[in-house]
Design a protein around this ligand. Sequence first.
Ligand code: AQP
Length: 348
Amino acid sequence: MRVYSGIQPTGRKHLGNYLGAIRHYVTGQEEAQAAGDESIFCVVDLHATTVAYDPAELRDRTYDTIALLMAAGIDPERSVLYRQGDVPEVPELMWLLTAVTAHGDLNRMHQFKEKSGQQRDLVSAGLFLYPVLMAADVLAFRADRIPVGDDQRQHVELMRDIALRFNARFGGGDPQDPSKPGEQILTVPEGTYPTVAARIMDLQAPEKKMSTSSGSVEGTLYLLDDPKAAEKKLKRAVTDSEDPPVIRRGPDKAGVSNLIDILAATTDRTPDEVEASLVDARGYGDLKKAAADAVTTMLAPIQERYRALREDEAAIEDALATGAEKARAIARPVLADVREAMGVGPRR
Ligand code: AQP
């Protein structure tokens, strides 16, 4: 059971990234090890170049993100932790996979539609091809499971389609006939999504997901926010005007539902248990205070470890060099199989 996930080194990582993804990487690391397999985590610097960005900042944000993953519990000794740009097998595989990727499918991607609308000067071809690179990230390692937040479902479905189509087209099956899947040259991975907090919403605009590239500073709780700032953001979170206030989830209560989810995920309870624990609350203030206490308590040790790890860039580079070697050793034979099946390069 091989686990794989990637995260962008853009901007500052937020509570949604942590509850929706990073903490499940840590569980994935344990599960893969227990199953005698690899867990592989990547900071996707190549993906970050698909929108306007500052090159000097990209390198710094990459170190930030690696240090944060390590502070959250990813251990480069037990997992493969690497930087995407250090593993050239992946972009090569991406190009080969474009042969079995439908232009129409890429055109339907929500993320492309949203992000292309935000670009002022240039909508890059890279932004359009982003999901194929993401497919190559995962398929290059024959991963079985991908822990991601709910916003990545469409990309995961596309990578599964790409793998299925590749196996049928180049593995001797029939792309038009699902009963003839062909040889499993590429593993068809499965997305795993959190049961609670799969999509954390913006604290000021709870109908939108908490996001790096859109959304306000007040609505986004950053993992490195100091406790006062984090508390202030949660205490000022938008709720609703139900009178008297009722702490329950519901489609008409996006802000309150989000706070319940945050509190449930940070205290390892179900949302029902959180609601039950607050039946006697005097108002939304009690929910906000409980969420603020839980989040700041959860973040404190991560922030402390982060500060120590982030100081030592040479140690981060050393860990990345080892990670790249391990990653390339896994990806190289997969790429060789793909080239062979596609008739690219000399016969093996
Ligand atoms: N709001 C969220 N709730 C739950 N999970 C989330 N993820 C992102 N936002 C939420 C999950 O975090 C992982 C890493 O995402 P990424 O590499 O796309 O990093 P990012 O650029 O910081 O994420 P954003 O905020 O989603 O950026 P924008 O809005 O700029 O695209 C993924 O597994 C994702 O599901």
